[in-house]
Design a binder for this molecule. Structure first.
Ligand code: C2E
Ligand code: MG
Ligand code: MG
Ligand code: MG
Length: 288
C-alpha cells in the first residue's frame, strides 16, 4: 500500500509498518535458533490451596532470554511460534523440562503446563506426553495440562477423544482463562474438566464491581456442582483473596503469593510464602 508522506512524496510502505514487519522477521529468525542456543527457561508460580492452606503445586511459565532484547514475554513469541510451526518442538521441550524438574519435588506438589491450541491438535501429543512422563518417572496424576477454550473451538470429536485419552492415563485437565472465550458453558457439557481457572480480569475487579463479583460467584458454584476445582488467577491483593475465598473459590494464584520464579528459587519461595502467610495479621485471615 502506498501513502503520501509529510513532504509530499509517495512511499510504498508506511515506516511503522515496515519496522514492525522487520521486527517480526527478526523475531522469527531468532526464535528458530533460540532452542539450539539454549535461551529458553521455565519459571514457576505457586498455586495455593485455600482449603488445605498450603501450596498444591506450580504452574510452569515459559521465558525467553533474548541476548539483545532481554526477556521476551510469552504473549509476544508463542503466537509467532504457533504460526511458524515451532510450537510443537517448543511445547515438547516445555513438557520434558517441566516433568523432569517436578519429579525432584515433594510428591504432593503438582506441575501445571500450558498447552497451546496448535500443540494440542498435534496427533503426536499423547505420545510426547507419555515419553515425558516415562523419562522423568513423574506420576501422571501430578501433571496437569492447562488448555484454553480456543482448543475446543469447533468442538471436534478428535479433541474430545484426546482429552479423554489423557484423562484415562491419569492426567488432570484445567480450562485456563475461563470466562473469556466463546460459549464457555457448552464446553463444560462436552468434557469433565478437573479445574476451571477463573480469568484474572474477573479477579482484578472482584472487589470493585458487582458484575465481576456475580460472575465469580456463578463460576465457583458451577464448578462446585460439576465437581471441578476453581482457581483464582492473578490475585494481587488480600482483599481480592478474601473475596475469592468468600465466593467459594478453592485455589488462588497471583503476585500476592509470588511472581513466577526460576527453578533455583523454588525452595526459598515456598519458605518465604510460609513465613509471609504466618506474619499476616489475624484480621487479614479472618475469612480464610
Ligand atoms: P496463563 O497461562 O493464563 O498464565 C498466567 C499469566 O499471568 C502469566 O503470564 C503470569 O506471569 C501472569 N500472572 C500471574 N499472577 C499474576 C498477577 O497477580 N497479576 C498479573 N498482572 N499477572 C499475573 P506470562 O508468564 O507472561 O504468560 C502469559 C501466557 O503465555 C500464559 O497465560 C499462557 O497462556 C502462555 N504461556 C506461558 N508459558 C507457556 C508455555 O509453556 N506454553 C504455552 N503454550 N503457553 C504458555
Ligand atoms: Mg495457564
Ligand atoms: Mg490464565
Ligand atoms: Mg492467559
Amino acid at each position: 500500500r502506498s501513502k503520501m508522506d509529510g513532504r509530499g512524496t509517495w512511499r510504498f510502505f508506511e515506516p511503522a509498518m515496515d519496522t514492525s514487519l522487520q521486527t517480526r522477521r527478526a523475531l522469527e529468525i531468532d526464535l528458530r535458533e533460540a532452542m539450539d542456543k539454549d535461551e529458553f527457561d521455565l519459571f514457576y508460580q505457586p498455586i495455593y490451596d485455600l482449603r488445605m492452606d498450603r501450596i498444591s503445586g506450580f504452574e510452569a511459565l515459559l521465558r525467553w532470554r533474548h541476548p539483545e532484547r532481554g526477556m521476551v514475554p510469552p504473549d509476544q513469541f508463542i503466537p509467532v511460534a504457533e504460526e511458524i510451526g515451532l510450537i510443537t518442538p517448543l511445547g515438547e521441550w516445555v513438557l520434558n523440562r517441566a516433568c523432569a524438574q517436578a519429579a525432584s519435588w515433594p510428591n504432593e506438589l503438582k506441575i501445571a503446563v500450558n498447552v497451546s491450541a496448535t500443540q494440542f491438535r498435534d496427533p503426536r501429543l499423547a505420545a510426547v506426553i507419555a515419553k515425558a512422563l516415562d523419562t522423568s518417572a513423574l506420576a501422571p496424576h501430578r501433571l496437569e495440562l492447562e488448555i484454553t477454550e480456543s482448543v475446543l473451538l469447533g468442538n471436534s470429536a478428535e479433541t474430545i477423544a484426546t482429552l479423554h485419552e489423557l484423562k484415562a492415563r491419569g492426567l488432570r485437565i484445567a480450562l485456563d482463562d475461563f470466562g473469556t472465550g466463546y460459549s464457555s458453558l457448552s464446553y463444560l457439557r462436552s468434557f469433565p474438566f478437573d479445574k476451571l481457572k477463573i480469568d484474572q480480569s474477573f479477579v482484578r475487579d472482584v472487589t470493585a464491581t458487582k458484575g465481576s463479583k456475580l460472575i465469580v460467584r456463578a463460576i465457583t458454584s458451577l464448578g462446585k456442582s460439576l465437581g471441578m476445582t476453581t482457581t483464582a488467577e492473578g490475585v494481587e491483593t488480600i482483599e481480592q483473596l478474601n473475596q475469592m475465598k468468600a465466593e467459594g473459590c478453592n485455589e488462588a494464584q497471583g503476585y500476592l503469593f509470588s511472581r513466577p520464579v526460576p527453578a533455583t528459587e523454588l525452595a526459598s519461595t515456598i519458605l518465604s510464602l510460609r513465613n509471609g502467610l504466618k506474619s499476616l495479621k489475624r484480621s487479614d485471615w479472618a475469612n480464610l
